[in-house]
Design a protein around this ligand. Sequence first.
Ligand code: DX5
Ligand code: ZN
Length: 224
Amino acid sequence: MSTVRIAPSILSADFARLGEEVRAIEAAGADWVHFDVMDNHYVPNLTIGPLVCEAIRPHVQIPIDVHLMVEPVDALVPLFAKAGANIITFHPEASRHVDRTLQMIRDHGCKAGLVFNPATPLEWMDHVMDRLDVVLLMSVNPGFGGQKFIPSTLPKLQAARQRINTHAARGGQSIVLEVDGGVKTDNIAQIVAAGADTCVAGSAVFGAPDADGGYRGVMQALKQ
Ligand code: DX5
Ligand code: ZN
């Protein structure tokens, strides 16, 4: 269980104290900072862009995991790479040319990944397995923090884990399996048992009175 990564989502952080918030989760032991980008077009909400990524970059050493909920995708890739993103994931339905976008992300020196909404079939990954560093399964519909975990994500995680393991067994690169949405202390163990190795947690971490206490609570739940 100790190999499970936790990526706190700053969507639920205090934006007036963002530097402090990301430093707190890094000091508590968080593995990645999850950075949710929403455009009021692909999803019905509007959040933060490359300027904010650039602003938090000097505050932490850990990778910044940029989750693009935007359409179109490509124009933002170089901007986020320049702003210090380490991982960039996007929703395949939002890109005209999924293979090209994945390649573009890697060409800019970042790890690349696809994000699957609850109703998006895993088949989207079939012909681009070699280009993937991350597979991110949404366990809520994208757009908002604090939603309830959708249980059908569990069998979908098992199916994604099987595909990733089969790819590795055939000599392919290793691929991170990340889950995002409604991850809490009472379901994280089940989510990891279904095959996730990286868990995004927004309200479970930043909804706590202090972020490092929230992070410790999630870690504690993993050990049980
Ligand atoms: C939702 C975002 C998530 C969100 C998770 O569209 O992609 O990253 O911040 O928040 P919680 O953990 O509160 O569901
Ligand atoms: Zn996210």
